[in-house]
Write a protein that binds this ligand. Structure first.
Ligand code: ATP
Ligand code: MG
Length: 624
């Protein structure tokens, strides 16, 4: 491709809309263009990168025996009602774009394809003889992300490879899952990325596991905890560890103390001269279940620990049945406005005890004026009694870290006062439900080996593989006839890679002050020939000759034949990050051209006749 004929527009300045380096660079270098919030055009250079990433993904998938297909993006609401996800996806989480067609039928734009694929399997797979089977597609997904950001990292329209496998047994599922873990590692390695596979939260489905593939970069939205011995790595949402030992309490007897202005653990411990490990803190959450019931949750946990909201959500989902519900729609720390909707009197915030009275929950919650019905309103107006009401009792949970404490400090339910020297089963009854909801932290001892401490890194989640089990097949009645003649639900797995996110994360991992440094395997072009002086006939002639030869031999080459100063051309070549720049300049006199490696700025004088061969060697070495 000739730059003189390309839509080639680069920007000098960082665009104001971009926060992280990869986003700035992709905009500046003319790879992407913002069309609306979370909506981007992939310009020709970007599209080449995306096609290369897709091709690597496709090759690795095909090598495992998975088959490519293409599923509809427009999905009937009825399918999502069968799986029970329509309301959660369109209203609660609100992530699915939904609309009504002119026959008044509801449809959604696919954020993911479990429903579609399960209905296909239900129709087409009758017998165990047809299993296992694994279908995948590479396609645009739509998600109405609440906070689209960082360009392609979190878009509302993005490219994903999603695959779904069907099995007769857990063993068969595990085999495919392992194959996928390997395929995903291969994809990322081949794309030139530094990554880590980590244990991930598999939500309330439980299942036998899920792993995320994290590209390591400071701008990553996820925190990864791992040990140096390579034995453990997990998303912080899921990570476990051993908490530090609690110190022995200095308080020998139970007593109420005036502790003014100590609504935080920090202030309290300074005031009482004690360790946070001797405190039981009580944290209030508000959960809204899918039948509209609001439950106030009081979690007692050791003062130096934090509640992990993902783990808490999983516990609350397990308890959905107790509230005649299926799942949790929202979990929040209720702010003042939320408290007004159910609190009978003002809460002793910062001074709450594990036995905070249920009479704080109004039996007839006041009806607030109706707010505008926004999809993302996590504080829907409450109605009294039954469905959509507020559970009249606190759900009291205690984290394991608080269970063994003795003579501890905790709130007194009165602002400005705490109690010290308290004990479970004496002053407070231990909540019946003991849970593990603490957040693991950097520096904690590892469970597999207490001599290892957890290290922390930031990561960009580019892939997620998941053992689904029978969640969707059961909900949608998707069964096959087993060898014994029984109707059995399919055992399923699902596997996703964010193709567009992966491409941008490569930039996030590889750039310098001059611009992007593409890994050779996914660079839009391998080489760019810059003609320093377009009115020098010899420079043009050699450049044209190389341009033709290189392209013919499979080295994807750009020709910068614009009427620009050499400096501008070199700057642009660096900015767009093409791995090798060939300059038909001064050394032509010696029958040579200059070849500059983008990553290192190393310059080589190479005989014109040897450029092709040399580049081929370099590219092959870089791609392996
Ligand atoms: P996240 O936690 O980042 O929202 P997710 O858990 O919703 O991701 P999955 O549903 O597992 O993601 O989707 C599979 C892959 O699709 C992710 O690993 C990620 O690479 C990509 N992906 C998900 N959401 C987006 C998005 N809004 N923009 C770009 N890529 C995305
Ligand atoms: Mg998401």
């Amino acid at each position: 491709m000739r730059l003189s004929q390309m839509l080639f527009v680069t920007l000098r300045e960082d665009p104001a809309e971009a926060e992280i380096p990869s986003h700035k660079l992709l905009l500046r270098a003319g790879y992407i263009r913002r069309i609306g919030s979370g909506i981007y055009a992939y310009l020709p250079l970007m599209w080449r990168v995306l096609k290369k990433v897709s091709q690597i993904v496709r090759e690795e998938m095909d090598a495992t025996g998975a088959q490519e297909c293409l599923l509809p993006q427009l999905q009937p609401a009825d399918l999502w009602r069968e799986s029970g996800r329509w309301d959660t996806y369109t209203q609660a989480e609100g992530i699915m774009f939904a609309m009504t067609d002119r026959q008044q039928r509801e449809v959604g734009l696919g954020p993911t394809h479990e429903e579609v694929i399960t209905t296909i399997a239900k129709d087409m797979i009758r017998s165990y003889r047809q299993l296992p089977v694994h279908l995948y597609q590479i396609q645009t997904k739509f998600r109405d992300e609440i906070r689209p950001r960082f360009g392609l990292m979190r878009g509302r329209e993005f490219i994903m490879k999603d695959g779904y496998s069907f099995h007769t047994s857990e063993e068969s599922l595990k085999k495919t899952y392992q194959d996928m873990a390997q395929a995903y590692s291969n994809m990322l390695r081949r794309s030139g990325l530094e990554f880590r596979a980590v244990d991930a939260d598999s939500g309330a489905i439980g299942g036998s596991g899920s792993q995320e593939f994290m590209v390591l970069a400071e701008a990553g939205e996820d925190e990864v905890l791992y040990t140096e011995d390579g034995q453990y790595a997990a998303n912080v949402e899921k990570a476990v560890s051993m908490p530090a030992d609690a110190q022995v309490s200095p308080f020998a007897s139970f007593e109420k103390r005036e502790t003014p202005g100590t609504e935080t653990i920090d202030k309290l411990c300074k005031f009482l001269k004690c360790s946070p490990t001797q405190v039981v803190k009580n944290v209030l959450y508000q959960a809204v279940y899918d039948n509209g019931t609001t439950v106030l949750v009081l979690v007692s946990i050791r003062g130096d620990q934090d509640v992990n909201q993902v783990k808490l959500l999983n516990e609350l989902t397990k308890l959905a049945g107790n509230y005649q519900a299926k799942t949790v729609l929202f979990l929040t720390v209720p702010d003042a406005e939320a408290q007004q909707k159910w609190a009978a009197k003002s809460l002793p915030l910062g001074y709450m005890a594990p036995d905070l009275g249920d009479d704080y929950i109004a039996s007839n919650p006041p009806q607030p004026p109706l707010t505008k019905g926004g999809q993302q309103d996590s504080n829907p107006p409450l109605t009294k009694g039954g469905q959509g009401g507020v559970s009249p009792k606190f759900l009291r949970l205690v984290d394991r870290t608080a269970v063994d404490l003795t003579n501890f400090v905790t709130g007194s339910n009165e602002s400005g006062y705490h109690v010290v020297g308290a004990n479970w089963d004496k002053e407070f009854s231990l909540p019946a439900m003991v849970v593990g909801v603490r957040t693991a932290k950097k520096g904690d001892r590892a469970v597999h080996n207490p001599e290892q401490t957890l290290q922390s890194a930031r990561g960009i989640e580019v892939g997620h593989i998941f053992q689904l089990g029978t969640k969707y097949s059961q909900a949608m009645g998707a069964t096959y006839t087993s060898e014994q003649g029984e109707e059995m639900p399919f055992i399923m797995g699902c596997y996703g890679v964010g193709v567009s996110r992966l491409a941008q994360s490569a930039v996030e991992q590889s750039y310098d002050k001059d611009g992007i440094i593409w890994p050779v395997a996914i660079a839009p072009y391998h080489a760019i020939i810059s003609i320093p002086n377009i009115s020098d006939a010899q420079q043009v002639e050699v450049a044209e000759k190389l341009y033709t030869e290189l392209n013919q031999s499979g080295i994807e080459t750009l020709l910068d034949d614009r009427e620009e100063r050499a400096g501008v051309k070199f700057k642009d070549a660096d900015l767009i990050g093409i791995p090798y720049r060939i300059v038909t300049g001064r050394s032509l006199k010696l029958g040579k051209v200059e070849v500059v490696e983008r990553a290192t700025h190393k310059s080589h004088e190479i005989l014109i006749d040897e450029v092709n061969y040399t580049l081929k060697q370099w590219i092959d070495a870089a791609i392996k």
